[in-house]
Design a protein around this ligand. Structure first.
Ligand code: TMP
Length: 219
């Protein structure tokens, strides 16, 4: 398995909790893990603002189509990483930081973990450089907790719809590298990542996630 270059990539980030009032919680995982549904359910349960990447801001919406439109020009991996970092910069300055500063938690469907797994590991750009790019983009705003949802191969296949964006349409090999990358990131930084088994019913998984979050954060 390909290992991230930085042994503790998320630990290299700063500002866990101390600079803001609300918590920032991210959901990460492959395309068929149910993370979007689970992010929404957790946000409702803890009264958090729900957001997502890429595309939550007006500029981000345009960036999302530049990055993911299967009909659009194919960005090279570095261009892709930069576009996603630009989306994140706008997301943090327009939505995440102002919300946290009012004391409201933010739950985001994807954050820095996505760039580390997809661009840093699966595309091979390296987690050190990709992390540095996200640190620049976010002015070092790290997640308080990242929830990695994992489902077994059979469940993932049964949930697989037709690919609906350029990255989704790429080969399963790439996807395997993403999932292995996520595992490595979560395993190496257990203080800031929690791995949740997403194989159960939506309600069961939501309860597991809520319990895991409550255990780590005062929500
Ligand atoms: P989604 O919004 O349906 O989860 O799709 C987002 C796609 O963008 C997904 O294929 C993962 C990809 N992505 C990255 O490659 N890097 C990133 O940093 C982010 C936020 C998303």
């Amino acid at each position: 398995m390909k290992q991230p270059q930085n042994e503790h990539p998320q630990q290299a980030q700063t500002t866990y909790k101390n600079a803001t009032k609300g918590y920032l919680i991210a959901f990460e995982g492959g395309e068929t893990t149910g993370k979007t549904t689970q992010a929404r359910l957790l946000a409702e349960r803890i009264g958090a603002r729900l957001s997502f990447e890429p595309g939550a801001t007006e500029l981000g919406h345009i960036i999302r189509s530049l990055v993911l439109d299967p009909q659009g020009p194919n960005p090279n991996p570095r261009a892709e990483a930069l576009l996603l970092a630009a989306d994140r910069a706008q997301h943090v300055s327009e939505i995440i930081r102002p919300t946290l500063e009012t004391g409201t938690h933010v739950v985001t469907d994807r954050y820095i973990g996505s760039s580390l797994a997809y661009q840093g590991i699966a595309r091979g750009l390296g987690t050190d450089e990709v992390l540095a790019l996200s640190q620049f983009a976010t002015q070092n705003l790290a997640c308080d907790l990242t929830v990695l949802l994992e489902v077994d191969h059979q469940t993932a296949r049964s949930r697989q719809a037709e690919p609906n964006d350029r990255i989704e349409a790429e080969m399963t090999k790439f996807h395997r590298r993403v999932l292995e990358g996520y595992q490595a990131l979560a395993t190496q930084d257990p203080k800031h990542w929690v791995i949740v088994n997403g194989n159960g019913s939506v309600t069961e998984v939501a309860a597991t996630i809520y319990a895991a979050v409550q255990k780590r954060l005062d929500v």
